[in-house]
Design a protein around this ligand. Structure first.
Ligand SMILES: Nc1ncnc2c1ncn2[C@@H]1O[C@H](COP(=O)(O)OP(=O)(O)OP(=O)(O)O)[C@@H](O)[C@H]1O
Length: 339
């Protein structure tokens, strides 16, 4: 059953250019979608727009259907209810997201008291259960954030996100700043909770390898658009869009001795949303750009079963064989002629 249906979502900050441009995404209950892309490509903006958590004056157009109800047109009272009970966010950097002067139990209980209209005793009981659910003793409710480790604080953030039994969890870089062992534990915890409660999950990361390990589907963003989307392993192992391919090459599977990829940087920087290149916005950095790419802005098109990619080469003979593209001479041939 469709839990989230995002249609033609465009987000423009006050006085700025569009940070998200015409994004379509779908997520079923129990499904895990990874959102990847370099810093500034619009991942967080997209996630925050789903719950209208953006600064006043930000223009959001399109549709965000959560269980069939459009979040973008609903009244603010309803939006506030949806924020905890429909979908909730696990932000990056738990130390900054938790209030340093309140016990963590009180912080978890707050939305339960407010949105579930629970009694103080009921909220306390639920808080203890949530803490145990995320692998912490219920007695830790009395602790202050600084008394917990980074991993424990992130568990608290997850408990808080689950406080009002949401249907969708949006996790924005939930393991950034944690060491690798703790990162793996937190990812497994999120996976387990999502599976146990049949939740939908949108996980944001710049690390495609982490997302491929955790999620069912992957969407890769570039300059405010989704440029590739499909089953997570297929996108990671065999991306169709040159940008998605470069991103997966930059994030080889950790500890995999047969890893095919050597980390390789992608030349240049992502474009400024206020000064996007003409045609395909990736063309100035693309190793296989054609002469027509500065003129043609490709939309997402079918790139295999349940796969979409926004590149003129998708489906054309130039896309095959893969080896030819990775041969530097072949790349040279595919480049547009010198300006
Ligand atoms: N409050 C804001 N006001 C104006 N522009 C903003 C604001 N927040 C983000 N932006 C701009 O919107 C674009 C997308 O930013 P966003 O934070 O969504 O990207 P991101 O992919 O999540 O990056 P990161 O991984 O660094 O968080 C960037 O150009 C950024 O500078």
């Amino acid at each position: 059953m469709t839990l989230l249906d995002v249609r033609d979502l465009t987000v423009t900050y006050p006085g700025g250019a569009a940070a998200v441009r015409g994004v379509d995404l779908r997520l079923d209950a129990g499904q895990k979608l990874g959102l990847a892309g370099e810093s500034g490509c619009g991942k967080s903006t997209l996630a925050l727009a789903l719950l209208r958590l953006l600064p006043a004056g930000t223009r959001i157009t399109g549709e965000v259907l959560l269980d069939g109800e459009d979040v973008l047109t609903m009244k603010w009272g309803r939006v506030r209810a949806v924020r905890w009970a429909g979908a909730s966010v696990v932000f990056q950097g738990a130390m900054h997201s938790l209030n340093a002067v309140h016990r963590i139990g009180d912080q978890i209980a707050e939305p339960i008291l407010l949105h579930r209209k629970a009694t103080p005793a009921g909220a306390k009981k639920k808080t203890g259960e949530l803490l145990e659910h995320v692998g912490l003793p219920a007695a830790r409710a009395d602790a202050y954030p600084h008394e917990l480790s980074g991993g424990q604080r992130q568990r608290v953030m997850i408990a808080m996100a689950l406080a009002c039994d949401p249907r969708l969890i949006i996790a924005d870089e939930p393991t950034t700043a944690l060491d690798v062992m703790i990162q793996a534990q937190i990812l497994r915890l999120i996976e387990q909770l999502v599976a146990d409660q049949d939740l939908g999950l949108i996980m944001i990361s710049h690390d495609l390898a982490v997302l491929a390990d955790t999620c069912d589907r992957l969407a890769v963003m570039y300059a405010g658009r989704v440029v590739e989307e499909g089953p997570a392993q297929q996108v990671y192992e065999d991306a169709r869009h040159p940008y998605a391919r470069a991103l997966s090459a930059a994030f080889p599977r950790i500890g995999d001795p047969s890893s095919r990829f050597a980390p390789q940087g992608l030349a240049g920087d992502p474009p400024d949303p206020a000064a996007l290149p003409s045609g395909c916005t990736f063309h100035p950095r693309c190793p296989v750009a054609l002469e027509s790419c500065p003129e043609e802005d490709p939309l997402l098109r079918e790139a295999g079963p349940e796969r979409r990619a926004a590149c003129v080469l998708v489906g054309s003979p130039a896309q095959e064989p893969r080896e030819a593209r990775e041969d530097p001479d072949a790349l040279e041939e595919a480049r547009p002629s010198s300006p």
